[in-house]
Ligand binder design. Structure first.
Ligand code: ASP
Length: 317
């Protein structure tokens, strides 16, 4: 068994480990762990602690994936909802669809009896407006919110590097490998912007026979490269975990146009090995891991992509 979580998974990784120890299926262990992260106001990228879009509204993306059946459920740009990972799991469990977005996803939350909650902290609201005010002309300010938002998106790109996603990957005691993701996405994003966290193959992918991967930070890049799927497919084709990661890193580093930023890749293989790689993030990246030999989850530093490149693997043609 193993649970791997990003730097901000600390409020919930212990809960997920507890569930795994009682024999829970991976997906049933991941959701209660993620719910604790979503409720923690100190975590500034998801749930209550997250950041709003340009209009000051929270919109969340989340997913769950079962690597044994390759079933997944996802929600994207969902307003007024805290427990979006639980909602994504309900999509997987109950609907013939795999993803709901926006008002449709919120409607489904209503049908399930989820609380309606604006999920915007007063502090986040103040920071949101202060940042926005600085990049608006007097005319834009007078017209706001009835002013074109696209120019503001460029001016305010990632103003405080306040992006991140909670990602959990686990292998349960029956060798099911599962993933879960949850995020408020890119702070000050254009309303309706969807990142990689609900997109299978980009922000997450799991196949219990080979392993799983989940990404944080610049979803605009992992969506272009299908990074999570690349890693799991490479494992399927017989590469080792490091080799599979090097392939995904090379593909990300080949991107030269569009919005380029950092990416963090979290991955496990079917044998329970794990790796977390910082691909171009300026800040130090940490992660959490739990295995049954450990009393509690441990925090470690991610390896730098540069240090993974000692034996460079060419991208497939
Ligand atoms: N990857 C997420 C997104 O693009 C955000 C993040 O992890 O920083 O929405």
């Amino acid at each position: 068994m193993i649970v791997l979580g990003n730097s901000e998974s600390w409020p919930g990784i212990g809960k997920t480990a507890e569930h795994l120890q009682t024999g829970a299926h991976g997906l049933d262990a991941l959701v209660p762990g993620l719910s604790l992260v979503e409720a923690e106001t100190k975590i500034r990228s998801v749930g209550y602690g997250g950041w709003p879009n340009l209009l000051g509204n929270m919109e969340f993306d989340a997913s769950v994936m079962d690597g044994t059946t390759r079933d997944y459920g996802a929600v994207a740009a969902v307003p007024m909802t805290l427990e979006v990972t639980r909602l994504a799991k309900a999509v997987l469990d109950n609907l013939p669809h795999t993803m709901l977005v926006g008002e449709g996803a919120r409607r489904y939350a209503d049908e399930l009896g989820f609380d309606k909650d604006p999920v915007l902290l007063e502090h986040s609201k103040q920071v949101w407006w202060r940042k926005l005010e600085k990049v608006m002309s007097a005319e834009q300010k007078a017209q706001f919110p009835n002013t074109a938002l696209a120019p503001l998106t460029k001016a305010i790109t990632d103003p405080e590097k306040v992006r991140d996603t909670t990602v959990f990957l686990c292998k349960d005691n029956r060798n099911n490998i599962c993933t879960a993701t949850s995020t408020s996405g890119w702070a000050w994003k254009y309303p309706g912007r969807v990142g990689d966290s609900p997109i299978p193959g980009a922000g997450f992918y799991a196949d219990s026979r080979y392993g799983a991967a989940a990404c944080t930070h610049t979803g605009e890049m992992t969506m272009r490269c299908s990074s999570a799927r690349t890693i799991v497919l490479a494992l399927k084709l017989g590469m080792g975990l490091d080799e599979a990661l090097r392939l995904a890193i090379t593909e990300l580093q080949e991107l030269k146009s569009g919005y380029i930023g950092g990416v963090v890749i979290h991955a496990i293989d079917a044998a329970g090995n794990h790796r977390v790689v910082n691909v171009g993030c300026e800040e130090e990246i940490n992660y959490w891991v739990w295995t049954p030999e450990l009393e509690k989850a441990e925090k470690h530093k991610a390896i730098l992509a540069e240090d993974m490149h000692t034996a460079r693997v060419e991208a497939l043609p």
